[in-house]
Structure formats: C-alpha cells, structure tokens
Design a protein. Sequence first.
Length: 221
Amino acid sequence: MNQPVASETYAAQVRRLADVSARVHAQREEAQSWHERQCVAADRAVAEAEEQVEQAERELADARELQERVDAEAAHLWQLLRERLGSAGRRLTGAPAPTAGVDADPVLLLGQVRELLDRTRQPGELPGSVNPLLAACGVAGAVLAYALGAAARAAGVGYGGDLAVGMPVLALVVTLFGPLVGLVPAKMLADRRNAVLGPRPITVVLAAGLAATVLLLVLFR
C-alpha cells in the first residue's frame, strides 16, 4: 500500500527539481543578459565620455587660438590709436586689460574698433594760421646756430694756433645748418597739434631760417 505513495513522492520531487533547475537556468540567463547589457552601456558611456573630452580639448585649442588672435589684434589697434593721438598717445602705456562680463563676439568688437579708427581723421598738415609760428621756429634755429658759431669763432680766437684757423670754418658750417635746426621745434608743434610736418610747413621754416641766417651773416660779418 505504501509503494505507490513513495513513487508519487519521488516523481513530485523530480518535477520540483526540474522546476528549480529551470528557474536557476532562467535566472542565470537573465543575469548574463543583464551583465552584457551593463557592459555595453558602460562601453557606450566610456566612448561618449572620451568623445566629449576630445571635443572639449578641440574647443580649448580653438579658444586659445582665438585668444591669441584677439590679443594680437587688440595690441595692433592700441598701437594705431597711440599713433593717431600723436604726442598725447605717447603717454598711454600698455593696452587696457580685458573687461569681464562681456558676452559679445570679441572678433566683431575688434572689427568695429578697426572700422572706427579707419573713419577717424588722419593727421593733416598744419594750417596756414600757424605760419608765423613756423617762421619763428626757423628764425630761432638760425639764431641758435649763429650763436653757437660765434662761440666757436671766439674759442678759436682765444686759443689761437690751429684752432684759430679751424674754428671759423666749423662756425660757418654750424651757422649754415641753422635753418634745419628750426625743424626740431616745428616738429614738436606739429605733434602737439596732431598734424604732420608736410612740405609747406617745412618750406616756411627753412625759408625763414635761411633768411635769418643770411641777415645775421650780413649784419655781423
């Protein structure tokens, strides 16, 4: 009477064992599949991170190159501004530091600055109203050169000897350079007025200096 019951119990245990084995196999397959999915996701995340790092490095290199171009262009425009300001621009030292909090394109801003500098008035020639001052520069140069020449002649006479012969020649050469000496203060005048010392102002200075030199030579020969 007990044999059928034992057989039935054994069969039930075999079925349960088969069910457990199937569940374990299914769970193992699921774990393996999950592991593979995790590995694929991790590889994808690593690849994306590497791509982002490479993109960041390229953007950093581009930003550094842009910064170098902007700094060079800013220094060039600053030098142009100093040249346009003339003598007043010499008091300006280095270019101003970059302004923080500006989101505009620096290349666009520098282009606008260059356009503004191009539109500004180029230094022109001194006006005719300063001709008397230019003539005074020429006369002052002639007087200064003649005074130096006179001092040289006096030194030659005082020391005698070879100096008495050579110094008058040197004095004459210095005196003849008088009109050119007047160009120095004339150039300072032009710089102060942010203008160029063109042919007309130079002619006025030289003519006045030459006339003053001739007059001095005639009066004090």
